[in-house]
Design a protein around this ligand. Structure first.
Ligand SMILES: Nc1ncnc2c1ncn2[C@@H]1O[C@H](COP(=O)(O)OP(=O)(O)OP(=O)(O)O)[C@@H](O)[C@H]1O
Length: 260
């Protein structure tokens, strides 16, 4: 695994009025890595995702992707630069099919403009066909090929979560940010998801993972960053994090519940 950081978060601070949701947080993600971002409720994990993906503007600090600052970039520009995400609460298009949901993701990477699309010029049609093939391949990869023509609203909860990941992958990102992808999963579904996350990385994606389930995080990540009350309190390999007294203290009382 090369040691080049793909994402560099440097002294990131984000305030909502008087509340400091992120306080001078710094960490890197190396290319090809699965990095876990953990911390108790309200620690600032989702805020960190929102800052990386351009939903929130940092109060101070910088975020660089492939060496280039993301400051001032719009959300779609960040997607086009190669960062995709899923959401804690599923945000699919419920009245579109599974395949159409993935195609929407693939559309973000079209290089032909409105003119080519309107007149269905050959280049646009070629892009459409390639997008369709890629979308079907992603559905197969996520175990959703049979559900391609089902409306997203009719899919099981687990399939909807997997579809979100397929849609994020369709934008052909370099970095994929997963916000609690195992929320609501049973242990068996979590095991399948862990395998899938590893396979996502094996396909060349770098993964940033927010997850509450300690067993999943410890089992799948290469490195973990721990936030508490907006501050980074620890960073290291899963085994180091598991034995870190500050992390244990931060999780005291919730560890049992979240490990189930
Ligand atoms: N848009 C917002 N406006 C005001 N406060 C916010 C906003 N978004 C988040 N916060 C606050 O910022 C803090 C960090 O929230 P955040 O959602 O990032 O935590 P989290 O670690 O993702 O928590 P959880 O595990 O519960 O999802 C919390 O105190 C939260 O209430």
């Amino acid at each position: 695994m090369p040691d080049t950081p793909i994402l560099e978060v440097d002294q990131l601070t984000l305030r909502f009025g008087g509340l400091t949701a992120l306080d001078n947080v710094s960490f890197d993600i190396k290319e090809g890595e699965i990095l876990g971002l953990i911390g108790p409720n309200g620690a600032g994990k989702t805020t960190c995702f929102n800052a990386i993906t351009g939903v929130y503007k940092p109060t101070s600090g910088t975020i660089r992707f492939n060496g280039e600052s993301l400051a001032g970039k719009k959300r779609f520009e960040i997607t086009q630069a190669g960062i995709a995400r899923t959401f804690q609460n599923i945000r699919l298009f419920p009245t579109m099919t599974a395949l159409e949901n993935v195609l929407v993701g693939a559309d973000a990477q079209h290089t032909t403009g409105m003119f080519s699309a309107l007149f269905r010029l050959p280049k646009h049609r070629r892009e459409e066909a390639a997008g369709h093939d890629r979308a079907m391949e992603l559905l197969r990869f996520m175990g959703l090929a049979k559900q391609a023509d089902e409306l997203a609203a009719n899919l099981s909860y687990g399939d909807q979560r997997r579809l979100e990941i397929a849609r994020a992958m369709a934008t052909q990102p370099k970095l994929i940010c997963l916000d609690e992808p195992a929320a609501g999963f049973n242990p068996q579904e979590k095991r399948i998801l862990m395998d899938l996350i590893r396979k996502v990385r094996d396909r060349g994606f770098t993964v940033l993972l927010i997850e509450h389930d300690m067993r999943l995080v410890m089992g799948v990540t290469d490195r973990i960053v721990v936030l508490e009350f907006g501050k980074k309190i620890a960073e290291g390999a899963p085994a180091e994090i598991r034995d870190n007294p500050a992390v244990i203290a931060a999780y005291l009382g919730v560890e049992e519940e979240d490990a189930s």
